[in-house]
Design a protein around this ligand. Sequence first.
Ligand code: BES
Ligand code: ZN
Ligand code: ZN
Length: 459
Amino acid sequence: MNLNPCENILIQSGIDQPQQIKCIRQADLDENIQTLTEIQSNWVTQNQFSAKKQSYIRIPNNANQDIIWLGIGAGSVLDLRDSSAWLSQQLAIGIYAFDTAEDHFELGLGWALGQYQFDRYLSERKEKNQLVINDEIRPKITEIGNGLFLARDLINTPTNDMGPSHLSEVVQAVASQYEAEFTEILDQELLDKGYRTIYTVGMAADNRPRLLELKWGNDDAPKVTLVGKGVCFDTGGLDIKPGAGMLIMKKDMGGAAHALALATMVMSAKLNINLRVLLPAVENSISSNAFRPGDVIKTYKGTTVEIGNTDAEGRLILCDALALGGEDKPDLMIDFATLTGAARVAMGADVVPFFTDDEDLASGLAEHSAAVSDPLWRLPLYKGYESQLKSTIADLNNISSSPFGGAITAGLFLKNFVPEKTTWAHIDLYGWNQSDKATCHKGGQSMAIHAVFSYLASL
Ligand code: BES
Ligand code: ZN
Ligand code: ZN
């Protein structure tokens, strides 16, 4: 897996003269037209260039290179990102640069996202359109862009190449790139050490369950623990999923992908953080030794869970990882998971709900989400629903007795395993894009981590 894919898209200025692109806001169009020759301004009006978002025009310029104008609408962060991404797909393969007072970070990030393609299995790979970005801004874009690409690549890779063992290899490659410490608790060892939920969900699969861990940073720095749901494929287990729902379940390790991608951002930006990443990695498979509805599992924390449905497996593997993550009293713990269909019903695919009881964390995440245009929205860990997780024979059931509020009850389930004093947020993301957008093709999509990275960088 390429850990530095943006290097090939966002480049330093070299010998070649890049073609210059000017950004035009709708409100400034007339003013810009006045700077042109008469022939050129006629050309712009005759071609009905309006400078709306995602529009462009090439203006002939005598013997010189054509002038390229990119419409950016009102010039918001998203207007810049989307327009730049879109333009990178319209222009012939070449080397370009923006000649504009607009934000080069957003233009560069948009361009890189527009050039992302998951081409691992394609016999013919498209060349990338390259953008010259100055040395000051390029590292800031690539630390984020490379992370966003990593999450997408991991999600897009099908399970035959991205089972628990493959995910482990990627975490090891990341650890070695950033000189982080890697450990893995594998298969039977999970049972010996008490991580029975992780073992149980993954025990039916040939590719054996494991708990991956990465540690990085200074012991004196604030301790931040990231946890990610790594269900490399979710058949639903014996409470099997219908075919249409199962089709995209290679993405069910999206939480682990996001936690790892965020870790790469933190490490490449060298944030002053003592980082710990915990990724339970399993395949929720079907076999004669698969766990069953009605089984009771003793968790790492010591409490018991009755299995109401084997398809609610994410919260099971997370509960042991969260209990472990809480042991060394981190200053902050955040988990990422493709946890519930109910979160999608409530918020749609793109708006990502987060859950926390910590008001400062909630306002910090909301603020940074807005600042970087990476949509996060708080949902409540409403105590009144806790009783819906009751079991008659165990301490908890893994599903709610009610068909409503499934994203909240899943969050409440997890909360049982986080020590009360730990500042914690749970993020329930989709990790998938259902149709092509300028900044992301249909398929794996990275979400929430740009906002969380921005928040962590502000601490
Ligand atoms: N991986 C799914 C959640 C999911 C489904 C995310 C579709 C995104 C799209 C999870 O393991 C699951 O199956 N959850 C069940 C829980 C239910 C059985 C209580 C769900 O949401 O339907
Ligand atoms: Zn499931
Ligand atoms: Zn799942």
